[in-house]
Design a protein around this ligand. Sequence first.
Ligand SMILES: [Zn+2]
Length: 349
Amino acid sequence: MRDLNAIPKAELHVHIEGTVRPDIARQLAKKNGVTLPDDIFTPDGQGYQWSGFIDLVTRVYQAMAQCVRTRDDFKTITEDYLDRCANEGAVYVEIIACCGQVHLAGISYKDMIDGIADGIDSARAKHGIEARINMTFERHRPGVEAQNDADMILSYKHPYIVGLDIAGGEMAGDIPQFMNDYNRVVQNFGRPLGIRLHAAENVGPQNGWDALALNPSRLGHGVRIVEDATLVDEIVKRGIALEVCPTSNILAGVYPDFSAHPLKKLLDRGVRISLNSDDPGLFGNSIGEEYRVAHDEFGLTRDQLVQITRDAINDSYADAALKTKLLARVDAMVAANFNMRRPGPAPSP
Ligand SMILES: [Zn+2]
């Protein structure tokens, strides 16, 4: 589509360390005196290389994430990512941050959150783009580590933190072990948090059923609910939205190619979805690329893509005033870019 960049976009699922491009990783490594292994980069240095998804999210991700060590580093990577999003027409992004980074890179939790907030403030000043933060538990850190993560999240209630997630490689039966700590954070945060978690991505629909015990409003990925018609009905009935990440699903081997991906099937069944890049620095994709994929590979029209953006804003954990402002911005962009009349009261006779 010629005017793809002009379509307003909103993203609800992107991991902050996963946004780091190779050139930024090298810049931060040099500044912080960290040695990056050459073999995490492609020979031209422009991308990351890996031999399978596990290799990517462990060896490559860990090496890269160790370079992000200070408040200023988090400002740098957040601002860089939001700059790129704004240049592709995004008006709102929800960023996922994890406590594991504190242990991996030795940064304090407060510095990490403040750095992300600094990056959000800088990007807003330049482009008007807005962003918020979801904190996450990680599936490979259950038990005492999850208790400590809950304490950490409760230790600093920055106003930009709006939601809570459980991320990481799924295994059967992995959600119940996080229930106590998840609910403890939600009940003690002092203001409502959006309830969401990665589910039904790597493993089948039972993981989606398990997720419902937390009463979520969104599922990260969630694409494999499509394997259980009763679960799809339940997701639609409860109004739960899926944060779909098409390119990520192909690269992670969830589906062999876009023709096997259920995005269209889910939409046709009445499931509300958003489009998301997941780890765009690692994957080499972007929010704009995911909208292109939705258009080129799944045949979604411009109007459908704009509606997906409006749905994403409504399903976001932005407060009501910000949602109103973002939806007005979407309407203004559509009117300006596509010569369409803004929705509003009919002119008086
Ligand atoms: Zn994710």
